[in-house]
Design a protein around this ligand. Structure first.
Ligand SMILES: [Zn+2]
Length: 445
């Protein structure tokens, strides 16, 4: 299957050719664990899980990694406020993040590395950059030397001149060039590590590039994250990888758009925010996934409660259709390996078209429409099984889970007796049996 991906590095749709055949390596920047995540932060979680599921469905060996930034000034501030250690703050928000991931139906990753576990590798990486002339120590800090990378600005498409002083970069006397960024910061406050450059902490941009290198040892297929990470974070990750390994970390850089609230960027500091945990208390992970995947990942979602309400109705339809097909098969000839319905290929081709989940979901609803007709018109069980295989495949890729309890033999006899009574138009008996079915908590559709 020819897969096309929009590569943020080239601003083009490109054919996907993995670095290693039949394998897909993915690194997604994870959260800085000093606070709860908002619903916009959950978008890359859902989107990249869907990407991983799609590749797995196609038979690729998917190696996905997402990190925790467990040291940061914000974590230190929070720890001081709460009078606890940085480790305790990080531990709490990591657990909370993982709980949200579970609620969203995210599949296990290859690894979830923490920055604090990679300190030796980070220090070593900075040493290499200094040796190569791509970094220098000045005052108390170590900086990356932007001028050592002629291609700087590749990802964010910013020309050198546009990145000059004055825009968003503050002038700092200890830097050779205002665009140079911190690799190691000496400090005498908060958690710190010994290094040849003094006691301190690493800069954020070095952490991710080091974890990718340590885990994958070389160029990977996909580096992902939210759009707002493009500059400076991802641009600076690339600059370091170019300096040390002469590659851009990943062949394909994939960025998802934001979820905005009241026409503005969500921000924890201004309070213009909807917390993921609040949404997930009210709505299931299925509903939240549908709401997000109803939009193409490169499109900004304008958050409204109505979007979730619409997805509640959608999930209800999915659940009923799935259940009625499941029960039909279960009560009759059962499940067999009948191959998949052709609509599955249509679904996959939309997924292969730069992960066009809204179109793929339209195919899912088309499938459900056909299923409902097929059940009514008593299609062959072979055909119904093909529908069922396709249905399962689509739900797997979207990460939508329908909970079905298989019927016991007693349940089956009861349901068959009810169906028989209805056919004989013995409505009194049918009502009695229906009540018994309901009492036993059997969901039919
Ligand atoms: Zn990162």
């Amino acid at each position: 299957m020819n897969i096309k991906i929009y590569n943020s590095l080239t601003n083009q749709i490109e054919d996907f050719h993995p670095v290693r055949p039949q394998e897909v390596s993915i690194y997604v920047c994870g959260p800085t664990v000093y606070n709860d995540i908002h619903i916009g932060n959950a978008r890359p979680v859902v989107f990249f899980d869907t990407v991983a599921r799609f590749f797995k469905y196609l038979g690729y060996n998917v190696k996905m990694v997402s990190n925790f930034t467990d040291i940061d000034d914000k974590i230190i501030t929070k720890a001081q406020e709460l009078k606890v250690s940085e480790t305790e703050v990080a531990k709490y928000y990591i657990e909370e993040f993982l709980r949200i991931n579970d609620l969203l139906g995210v599949e296990p990753l290859l690894a979830r590395p923490k920055v604090t576990e990679y300190m030796d590798a980070i220090i070593n990486y900075i040493k290499i950059m200094i040796d190569k002339g791509a970094a220098y120590q000045s005052g108390t800090d170590v900086y990356f030397r932007i001028s050592s990378i002629p291609d700087y600005g590749l990802l964010s498409n910013q020309k050198m001149e546009e990145l000059e002083v004055g825009s968003r970069i503050e002038v700092d006397a200890s830097k050779e060039d205002p665009r140079d960024f911190v690799l190691w910061k000496q400090t005498d406050e908060g958690i710190m590590w010994d290094s040849p450059f003094g006691k301190g902490r690493p800069g954020w941009h070095t952490e991710c590039v080091v974890m990718v290198e340590a885990i994958f040892q070389g160029e990977i297929d996909i580096h992902g994250g939210g759009n707002d990470l493009k500059f400076p974070h991802h641009e600076n990750e690339i600059a370091q990888a170019l300096a040390v390994s002469n590659h851009t970390i990943a062949k394909y850089w994939v960025h998802n758009a934001r979820i905005d609230l009241s026409g503005e960027k969500m921000s924890k500091s201004t309070g213009n925010v909807v917390w993921a945990k609040d949404v997930l208390q009210k709505y299931s992970g299925n509903v939240v996934r549908l709401m997000m995947l109803n939009n193409h990942y490169r499109q900004t979602i304008l958050f409204k409660e109505e979007l979730l309400e619409r997805s509640v109705i959608e999930f209800d339809k999915i659940e009923r259709s799935y259940l009625s097909l499941y029960r039909t098969l279960e009560l009759n000839e059962g499940f067999d390996d009948a191959g998949s319905h052709p609509l599955m290929n249509e679904f996959l081709s939309f997924m292969a078209d730069d992960f066009s989940t809204p179109n793929a979901i339209t195919v899912l609803f088309q499938l459900m429409k056909e299923i409902n007709i097929a059940i009514r018109t008593q299609e062959t069980y072979h055909k119904l099984n093909q529908y069922f295989t396709a249905f399962q495949g689509m739900l797997y890729i979207l990460g939508i889970h329908v909970d079905v309890t298989p019927l016991s033999d007693t349940d089956k006899s009861l349901v068959r007796a009810w169906q028989g009574a209805r056919e004989m138009k013995d409505f009194q008996q049918a009502d009695l049996l229906r009540a018994e079915i309901a009492k036993r908590g059997i969901k039919l559709s």
